[in-house]
Design a protein around this ligand. Structure first.
Ligand SMILES: Cc1ncc(COP(=O)(O)O)c(C=O)c1O
Length: 363
């Protein structure tokens, strides 16, 4: 294969480019936190950084950060791996576990990065369909887990927001031969976790991130939880000094100050339920119940792309899945839970769209 052909494989076109953080759009498309980090915490991170040793490589096994993560999660420090966001850890896991003809399994529809990573490193993907009502199909997950080397599941699942119960996770773990990677990026909003299963199952790995409830998407920090041997192997499978001083310092400060998390989490859950209830009263839109900081919404009348463009014209960005590979999402869009006034703006525009659709239907 020529170098041009090889590089062409990675070229993708995006019809809807993402605006930068400074734009005035209401960003309800990436499941970021709706709330900036408090100034006091930014100041504390900056002052800690000022005194840090910038001229030295950062530690891959920063014990004080690992201990704080251990007490936050209830898992042992030597079972924790630091990462540049969970995306990087997804890549590390796929790279460490799979090669050549190996297979990675993931849900369809699901978080796109699992499949993207598999494609980047040329490994085969099994896409496990959700049921027609978009709930988990446990039988199919278990079936795929007989064949795949590693299986990526999300709980809460993106884009539906549904969770796997601990019993379901346990059922999967006992019946599959693959490594089960449970992505708990939104666990703080569901208040559910499978961390207690880590001590009993050596084929479980849990991924977490600081990009959601911790409000640190810009700095890129995540971590993996597993049995110490798995964590050691993953550590060895990647380049040294990968997680920089800035992320490590920010994460450590935020863990010291973790009480700041609670208000925003509660507010987001309250807003999620308010939005859900309001959307249920619409005739043309139907939300899916969610345990995360986003809602998937089905549009009965207009295709999701039209809704996206109508909202964009009013300065609101939501996420659509405009791909021929995802016909089941053609009529659905995902909204991140924003601040109350942002959610009000969204509801007002959706209300206008609904009024128009209903009056068009009458005439
Ligand atoms: C399920 C899931 N995992 C991981 C991520 C990415 O997390 P990070 O910012 O830590 O790379 C996202 C982001 O939307 C996500 O939805």
């Amino acid at each position: 294969m020529t170098i041009k052909a090889k590089l062409k494989k990675f070229q993708t076109s995006s019809e809807y480019s993402i605006p930068d953080a400074g734009s005035n759009l209401i960003r309800l498309n990436l499941n970021e936190s709706a709330y900036p980090l408090p100034e006091r915490l930014k100041e504390k991170i900056l002052s800690r950084l000022k005194n840090a040793a910038w001229h030295l490589y950062p530690s891959d096994r920063n014990f004080s950060l690992l201990s704080r993560l251990a007490s936050y999660t209830g898992h042992q420090p030597d079972g924790i791996l630091l990462g540049n966001g969970s995306n990087e850890l997804i890549q590390t896991v796929a790279y460490a576990c799979c090669s050549g003809g190996d297979t990675l399994a993931t849900l369809k529809p699901g978080f796109s990065i699992y499949k993207k990573v598999a494609e980047l490193i040329d490994i085969k993907v099994i896409e496990i369909p959700l049921k027609p009502d978009l709930s988990f199909n446990l039988e199919k997950i278990i079936e795929a887990g007989q064949e795949a080397r590693v299986i990526f599941l999300g709980s809460p699942h993106n884009p539906t927001g549904q969770t796997l119960s601990r019993q379901q996770v346990e059922e999967i773990l006992t019946q599959v031969s693959s490594l089960v990677v449970l992505d708990e990026a939104y666990a703080e909003f569901s208040k559910e976790t499978s961390v207690p299963l880590l001590s009993s199952y050596d084929n479980l790995l849990i991924l977490r991130t600081f990009s959601k409830a911790f409000r640190l998407a810009g700095a890129r920090f995540g971590y993996a939880l597993g049995q110490p041997e798995t964590i050691q192997a993953l550590q060895a499978a990647r380049l040294p000094f990968s997680v920089g001083l800035f992320q490590q310092t920010a994460a450590e400060v935020l863990l010291e100050e973790k009480d700041y998390l609670q208000d925003e989490i509660q507010q987001t859950i309250k807003e999620r339920e308010r939005l859900f209830n309001q959307l249920q009263s619409f005739k043309t839109f139907q939300p899916f119940p969610s345990r995360a900081n986003f809602l998937l919404v089905k549009s009965h009348c207009l295709p999701a792309k039209k809704i996206f463009l109508r909202l964009l014209a009013k300065g609101i960005l939501v996420r659509i899945f405009d791909s021929p590979e995802l016909p089941e999402l053609k009529d659905k869009f995902r909204i991140t839970i924003g601040q109350p006034q942002e959610n009000d703006c969204l509801l007002a525009v959706l209300q206008d769209i609904e009024k128009e659709v209903l009056s068009d239907q009458k005439s």
